[in-house]
Design a protein around this ligand. Structure first.
Ligand code: ADP
Length: 441
C-alpha cells in the first residue's frame, strides 16, 4: 500500500506525462508532415530553377558560354546543387560541383533535355543533383524538434514540482486528520484546532472529526461518571440495609414497626433506582409493551396538578394553567403521567420556594402541545444539551440539596420517543425554564 501523498504525486505526474506525450506526438506529426511538404516544394524548385536559367542563358545569343557557366556555377553554389551537362552523344561536357561535400545523405537527380534555340535538334541534357537534407528549412525543422524536446523536459520538471506542491496541499490536512483519528482510536480525545482548508470536503471532514472527538470525550466522561454514580447510588441504600440487618442480628436494634418501615424505605429506594435505570435505556422502553389507549389529556393534566397541590402550597409556588378542555390522545397513560411528574418535580426543584409555574395544553390541527414553564434558577446555555443524558446533574447548590440522581430527564426523553413525541427545552440562567412536549396527531 502506498501513502496518499505518493499516490497523488504519481497520479499527477502520470497525468502531466500523458498530456506532454499526446502534445509532443501531435506536434511532431503535424510538423513532420507540414515540413516534409515544405521541404519537397523547396527542394523540387531548385533543379527547375537551374534548368530554367540554363535554357534562358543558352538561348540568349548575347551571352557567351563562359559567362553562362559562370552564372550557373554561382547559382549552383547558392542552391547547393551539382550540375552535369551531357552533349547530344551522351558525353559529359561540364560538371559543376557545388553541393556541400560533407553531405552524406541520399542524392536526388532531375534530368532536363536541352534543345537548340530553333528547337530542331537536341543539344544534350543536363542533370541536376540535389539533396533533400541540410537545407535551411531542414535545419529549422531540427531546431524546432530540439525546442520541443527542451520544452517537454522543462514542462516535466515544472509539472513535477507543481505535482509535489499540489499533492502536499491536498494530502497534508488528510494526513493530519488521519493522525488525529489514530489518537482517537487510542482513546486520546483532543481538539484538532481550527485548521482552515479551502477544500470544502476536507474542511467538513475536519469539522466532523473534531465534533466526533468532542462528543466521544463527553461520552467517555459521562461513562466514567455513570459508573461512579451508579455504584455510589446503589452503595448507600445497600450499606444502610446491611448495617440495619447487622444491628438487628446483634439485638442492637429492636424489630418494630419503625425499623421495618426504614428497611422498606431503603428497599424502595433501591427498587426505584433500578427501575429508573431500566427506563432510561431506549431498548427497555422499546421492548416494554406500550399500553396505548385513548386518554383525556386535559383531565389527566388537571389530575396530576391536583396531586402536587400540597407541594405547591408548602413552597409558596403559584400555579397558573391554560389547559384546553376535552383534548384526547392515543397514548400510554402511565408513561405520559411520569413525564409530566418528572417535569413538574424538576420545576419545583428549580424554584425551591416562592415562584411560579405555568402549565399549558394546546391542540392545533397538526399536534398537541404541553408546556411547563417555571421561573426557577434556569440552565446555562452550554449545559442544555447535556441535561437529557443519564445521571447528568448540574453541579449546583440546588442539586446537592435536592439530591436527584439525574435520571428524570433521560427517562422522560426515552418515554417521549416511545410515544412518538418530541421534547424541547428553552432556558435562561436565573430567569427560568420552559419544557415543551409535542405530539403529532
Ligand atoms: P434530577 O433527577 O437530578 O433532577 P434530571 O434528569 O431530571 O435529573 O435533570 C437533570 C438536570 O437538569 C438537573 O440536575 C437539573 O440541574 C437540570 N434541570 C432539569 N429541569 C430543570 C429546570 N426546570 N430548571 C433548572 N434546571 C433543570
Amino acid at each position: 500500500m502506498t501513502s496518499l501523498k505518493n499516490k497523488l504525486i504519481k497520479n499527477f505526474i502520470a497525468g502531466i506525462l500523458a498530456c506532454i506525450l499526446i502534445f509532443s506526438i501531435l506536434i511532431t506529426l503535424f510538423v513532420t508532415i507540414k515540413y516534409s511538404d515544405l521541404l519537397k516544394v523547396v527542394d523540387d524548385k531548385k533543379p527547375n530553377l537551374i534548368s530554367e536559367w540554363f535554357i534562358r542563358l543558352n538561348n540568349d545569343e548575347n551571352i557567351t558560354t563562359d559567362m553562362m557557366w559562370d552564372y550557373l556555377e554561382d547559382l549552383a553554389y547558392q542552391q547547393n546543387v551539382n550540375i552535369k551537362y551531357f552533349d547530344d552523344r551522351g558525353n559529359l561536357v561540364k560538371y559543376v560541383r557545388k553541393m556541400d561535400d560533407s553531405y552524406s545523405g541520399e542524392i536526388n537527380r532531375k534530368y532536363y533535355n536541352i534543345f537548340n534555340p530553333v528547337k530542331k535538334t537536341e543539344a544534350g541534357r543536363i542533370v541536376v543533383e540535389y539533396s533533400t537534407d541540410s537545407t535551411t528549412v531542414n535545419r529549422l525543422h531540427d531546431d524546432f524538434t530540439q525546442a520541443v524536446s527542451y520544452s517537454i523536459i522543462l514542462s516535466l520538471i515544472v509539472g513535477s514540482v507543481i505535482a509535489v506542491i499540489l499533492s502536499m496541499n491536498i494530502s497534508e490536512p488528510i494526513i493530519k486528520i488521519n493522525d488525529f483519528t489514530i489518537k482517537m482510536k487510542e482513546g486520546i480525545y483532543e481538539n484538532m484546532g481550527s485548521d482552515d482548508s479551502d477544500i470544502k470536503e476536507i474542511q467538513n471532514l475536519h469539522d466532523n472529526i473534531n465534533f466526533l472527538s468532542k462528543s466521544l470525550a463527553r461520552q467517555e466522561e459521562i461513562r466514567k461518571k455513570y459508573a461512579q454514580d451508579i455504584s455510589h447510588e446503589l452503595r448507600t441504600p445497600l450499606t444502610n440495609l446491611k448495617l440495619s440487618i447487622e444491628a438487628l442480628g446483634d439485638g442492637m436494634m429492636p424489630l418494630n414497626e419503625e425499623t421495618i418501615q426504614s428497611l422498606d424505605l431503603e428497599i424502595n429506594r433501591l427498587q426505584s433506582l433500578i427501575e429508573g435505570l431500566k427506563n432510561s435505556f431506549n431498548e427497555s422502553v422499546a421492548n416494554d409493551k406500550l399500553n396505548l389507549e385513548e386518554v383525556n389529556i386535559s383531565d389527566l393534566l388537571n389530575g396530576i396538578l391536583q396531586g402536587f397541590y400540597g407541594n405547591f402550597l408548602n413552597r409558596n409556588i403559584l400555579i397558573t394553567k391554560d389547559i384546553c378542555d376535552e383534548v384526547y390522545m392515543i397514548t400510554d397513560r402511565t408513561k405520559f403521567l411520569q413525564i409530566i411528574q418528572n417535569l413538574l418535580t424538576n420545576a419545583i426543584k428549580a424554584i425551591d420556594r416562592d415562584g411560579h409555574i405555568d402549565v399549558c395544553l394546546v391542540e392545533t390541527s397538526k399536534n398537541i402541545i404541553v408546556k411547563i414553564t417555571d421561573n426557577g434558577i434556569g440552565i446555562d446555555e452550554d449545559l442544555i444539551p447535556m441535561i437529557f443524558e443519564r445521571f447528568y446533574r448540574i453541579d449546583d447548590s440546588r442539586n446537592t440539596k435536592t439530591n436527584g440522581v439525574g435520571l428524570g430527564l433521560s427517562i422522560s426523553k426515552n418515554f417521549m420517543e416511545a410515544l412518538n413525541g418530541k421534547i424541547d427545552v428553552k432556558s435562561k440562567k436565573n430567569v427560568g425554564t420552559s419544557f415543551s412536549l409535542s405530539f403529532d396527531k
